[in-house]
Design a protein around this ligand. Structure first.
Ligand code: SAH
Length: 348
């Protein structure tokens, strides 16, 4: 059955009208779903029984069941959820001094095939629906409600490529961002893409206020194509062309993600090439410690090596940060928990 979380506000207004309800009902429903955060349609006390029954007969609410929940020493919490159709997805909540950030999964598996990433161990089975993405946030929010806290930030960086599931992801962001929904500020939402240029351009021209992050991971085509097959379709020059459109349309600072892989992309030459590529753009580089994935054989770098790389790009005129590792003790790497669970079940 379809989830009521599948509709953004405008779509729900249309659905209400189509079924003979007044448009304003959509606002009431959104309030029940996202402000009062009901777990049963029967809790919608300002609707009569017939209307409540209509919702019950036609829609589900969340549809997520929690399979496992791992809590790390630093507060990072990783959920393994079972979807309505029995498939498994992962959602991570990270606790920062500025708030609680949720990392959302957008697809079952991933087709991008990045060589270092656990998510691609399984090819994409299907896209997640808007409702399945909203349900991830709602589950975490309902847990946080117990301690009077809220999901303040969202990163679209879980399993999957968001720009390969563009429409559903944009609907999902609209639900969590709208004032009548969860009202999570656009500037507290970050979408990360491996670089699907036509979608970057479409996104740029829509003037969303969400932050955009690009998984770069290499400063030249030879290396990037080895690590990330998407680079063969959209090489760095083409990627930068798309990003210049983004920067000229949006006047927003871009984030480049760069995982430091020992002996692969951590050389001083790479650091200099990276600085040359990005100097003068309104961006910064987020250097990411690698969570090793047994199947891939890559290794991360130690702190000194990360600092050396950092110094070179900063001296080269590019802003940078080194990301702190979270949940190192609980299989935090993208796709690891799901991969392990499937392995246990003999499906991997
Ligand atoms: N497909 C999107 C979003 C999901 S991946 C993208 O490529 O951006 C989110 C980020 O985590 C990406 O930068 C990705 O390259 C990185 N990542 C993947 N596997 C990782 C690992 N084992 N350790 C650290 N970062 C990883």
């Amino acid at each position: 059955m379809k989830s009521i979380y599948d509709y953004n506000y405008e779509q729900l207004q249309e659905v209400m009208i189509q079924h003979g309800y007044k448009r304003f009902r959509a606002k009431q429903i959104f309030e029940w779903l996202y402000r009062k955060r009901i777990s049963e349609f029967d809790q919608m006390s300002n609707l009569n029984k017939d209307s409540r029954d209509w919702f019950k007969n036609n829609y589900i609410l969340s549809g997520l069941k929690v399979r496992t929940k791992q809590v790390s020493k630093d507060g990072t919490t990783k959920f393994l959820f079972e979807l309505e159709d029995g498939n498994l997805i992962e959602t991570v909540m990270m606790v920062f001094d500025y708030g609680n950030s949720v990392c959302v999964t957008t697809q079952l598996g991933c087709n991008m095939g990045c060589d270092f990433c656990a998510s691609g161990l399984l090819k994409k089975k299907r896209d997640l629906t808007c409702g399945e993405m909203v349900a991830q946030i709602m589950y975490v929010q309902q847990e946080l409600d117990k301690i009077g806290e809220r999901v303040s930030h969202v990163v679209v960086m879980g399993t999957g490529e968001p720009f390969d599931n563009y429409e559903n992801v944009m609907n999902f962001l609209s639900v969590i961002n709208t004032d009548v929904g969860l009202a999570i500020g656009a500037r507290h939402i970050t979408i990360s893409t491996c670089g699907i240029v036509p979608k970057i351009i479409e996104f740029s021209q829509s003037h969303y206020q969400y932050n955009l992050a690009i998984s770069l991971h290499a400063p030249n085509d030879e290396l990037r194509s080895k690590l990330m097959p998407i680079n063969k379709a959209y090489p760095i020059k083409e990627l930068m062309r798309g990003l210049h459109i983004y920067m000229s349309e949006n006047n927003r600072r871009l984030t480049f993600e760069y995982i430091l892989l020992k002996g692969v992309n951590d050389s001083q030459l790479c650091a200099k090439q990276l600085a040359n590529l990005l100097r003068g753009t309104n961006s910064y580089v987020n250097l990411i410690p690698y969570n090793s994935v047994d199947e891939h054989g890559y290794q991360g770098v130690n702190f000194d090596a990360a600092m050396k790389f950092y110094d070179t790009i900063v001296k080269g005129g590019v802003r940078a940060t080194i990301r702190k590792e979270h949940g190192g003790d609980i299989d935090a790497a993208c796709g690891q928990l799901r991969a392990k669970e499937l392995m246990k079940e003999g499906k991997l």
